[in-house]
Design a binder for this molecule. Structure first.
Ligand SMILES: [Zn+2]
Length: 253
């Protein structure tokens, strides 16, 4: 079998240590590792790899700036997702190493982009890494993430906990207190802003379709529709924008 070179570092790689991507490019195992566990050569191309590395560079900055001494809520049975109400971000720890592992990489997601969470039976057709007799939490994110669907090994109890957590975060549950009326009015105001934002996204989507950029257009439509459907995203988007601005980190990579 012919030898080949790693498309990223140029190192010559033998047949047993070469990783073939879905687009036919080859990586060495060291370069593949850098992308973390979320990267899967059977599903992802070199474009995804490059984008993921850029995202992870940003995510590490966010982690260093915003997660020091923060308490997080943990889901899944590995890889884990850690969600933090104090800053509106959640991340996946993608390395397999312990506390002393040097090459930590994180996939950071924002609360406001979480479009749906549901409990699913393992289905290798959705993601070949899933096992048939296992159950998973599926998280879908909208926005410009290069990998926007996650499957986390989980049980139903944990899923209920996750649902309670995010339903509360997005104010999808009724809150019983004396300030009910005030809350309802504030909710209405936020609701209107949210509808405006949703409408903007949908109209951006329509413009995109007219200008021929179908993929981006569909993304905008999707995010607009989901924003309109699922709870209060405004406070999370304001919080993450403020914190990123203060830390001088750009979300766009
Ligand atoms: Zn390499």
């Amino acid at each position: 079998m012919a030898k080949t070179n790693c498309v990223k570092c140029g190192k010559e790689i033998g047949f047993t240590s070469q990783v073939k991507l879905v687009d036919g490019n080859f990586l060495c195992k060291d370069c593949e590792k850098k992308a973390g566990k979320i990267f899967d050569p059977m599903m992802h191309s070199l474009d995804v790899y490059d984008q993921l590395l850029k995202e992870q560079e940003r995510d590490q900055k966010i982690f260093d700036a915003l997660f020091k001494k923060k308490r997080t809520f943990q889901f899944g049975k590995g890889p884990y997702i850690h969600a933090c109400e104090d800053n509106g971000f959640m991340y996946i720890q993608t390395d397999g190493g312990g506390l002393l592992s040097k090459n930590k990489v994180y996939n950071m997601y924002r609360f406001q982009d979480l479009a749906s969470y549901r409990f699913v039976d393992g289905n290798p057709n959705m993601d070949h890494r899933m096992k048939k007799d296992q159950t998973y939490i599926e998280l879908k994110f909208v926005g410009d993430y290069v990998i926007d669907t996650l499957y986390l090994l989980s049980d139903e109890e944990e899923f209920k906990e996750l649902t309670r957590y995010f339903d509360k975060a997005f104010e999808l549950v009724q809150q019983n207190n004396k300030k009910g009326m005030f809350k309802a009015m504030k909710g209405l105001k936020d609701g209107i802003r949210q509808e405006q934002e949703a409408a903007t996204n949908i109209s951006k989507g329509l413009q995109g379709i007219l200008s021929g950029n179908k993929e981006m257009a569909l993304d905008n439509m999707k995010s607009g529709v989901q924003m309109a459907l699922r709870g209060n995203r405004i406070k999370w988007s304001e919080l993450t924008e403020k914190l990123l601005r203060e830390a001088n980190i750009s979300w766009k990579v």
